[in-house]
Design a protein around this ligand. Structure first.
Ligand code: BTN
Length: 305
């Protein structure tokens, strides 16, 4: 982890090779403080004071760490989460050089997108992780509604779609001790104002951007502020065990229910199924071709119709 962080510090161009050699010797706590310090930046696209100006939250986003470029905001968030970072802190980067997607995939993160990770210390049972993921999807969908998207939909578990194309992905990573989630890193990537033509060929057809869908560029800072507010509202609902309400909001925007999908679960054979709904734990409930029911907890569901 430290080596990865050193690579990102180097990328920031803030440190000479000699300084980096010295840093390698410093105590890990001081090192974390150094990372935090470097994250106090105003970049071309992301402006922490603009995000904070009218931010109506109690704790989400009260600490913002903004970078020009990191390998992955989730990696930095994970590192800082182990070193006295406040609950609700947010790591934002204008660009990511090695961003991670779900199922071990990489994630395109050029300039013009919103790439951020929130650090939370929820101290809930590990079984609640799928609900945190679904709740984040609802918060993104509500944010997009606020900036004028008419019908954002959520493809299970939490791809946000506009007109059948993906505009946002979410990667939730938990650090658990004895089945209790100590820290959770919620990574969100929104394709806001970027050029899909520069994406790899295989991603172009299934991806869209906010700019394309709304016919105009929007402010990344405003999008981040609105998202942090929606996220706090839904996390408070979560803290008060409003799980049914979260699921209701998710179902209202579901892109998956009523569709035929190919279920791809880790360590299982792929199969086709019809999507009936989601369970109270956040699993996708499907009916297989032979009429039996199954719950999909992790993996992917590729829409076939
Ligand atoms: C997906 O595969 O749909 C999830 C993509 C998650 C991307 C975001 S961008 C910010 C954060 N940092 C990462 O490395 N990944 C997440």
């Amino acid at each position: 982890m430290r080596d990865e962080i050193i690579i990102l510090l180097k990328k920031e161009g803030k440190l000479s090779d000699e300084a980096i050699d010295e840093i390698k010797q410093v105590d890990v706590h001081d090192f974390a403080n150094l990372v935090k310090e470097i994250g106090e930046q105003e970049t071309e696209y992301i402006n922490a004071s603009e995000i904070s100006k009218d931010l109506n939250t109690r704790y989400i986003g009260k600490n913002l760490y903004v970078f020009n470029e990191v390998s992955s905001t989730n990696t930095v968030a994970r590192f800082l989460s182990m070193h006295d970072i406040e609950d609700g802190s947010v790591i934002i980067s204008e660009k990511q050089s090695a961003a991670r997607g779900r199922s071990g995939k990489s994630w395109e993160s050029p300039l013009g997108g919103v790439w951020l990770s929130i650090v939370l210390n929820p101290h809930v049972d590990h079984s609640k992780l799928p609900l945190i993921t679904l709740a984040t999807g609802v918060a993104v969908a509500k944010t997009l509604e606020k900036v004028g998207v008419e019908n954002p939909e959520i493809k299970w578990p939490n791809d946000i779609m506009i007109n059948g194309k993906k505009v946002c992905g979410i990667l939730t990573e938990a650090i658990a001790k004895f089945n209790t989630i100590e820290n959770v890193i919620i990574g969100v990537g929104i394709d806001a104002n970027l050029d899909i033509e520069e994406f790899p060929e295989e991603l172009k057809a299934g991806t869209t951007t906010l700019e394309k869908e709304l016919g105009r560029k929007g402010s990344e800072n405003l999008l981040i502020k609105l998202f942090l507010e929606e996220f706090e509202k839904i996390s408070e609902l979560f803290d008060h065990e409003g799980y049914e309400e979260i699921l209701k909001e998710w179902r209202k925007r579901s892109y998956s229910i009523g569709k035929i999908v190919e279920v791809r679960e880790p360590f299982n054979k792929n199969y086709d199924a019809y999507v009936l709904g989601i369970s109270k734990e956040g699993a996708l409930v499907v009916e297989k071709i032979d009429g039996t029911l199954a719950k999909v907890i992790s993996g992917e569901c590729i829409i076939k119709n």
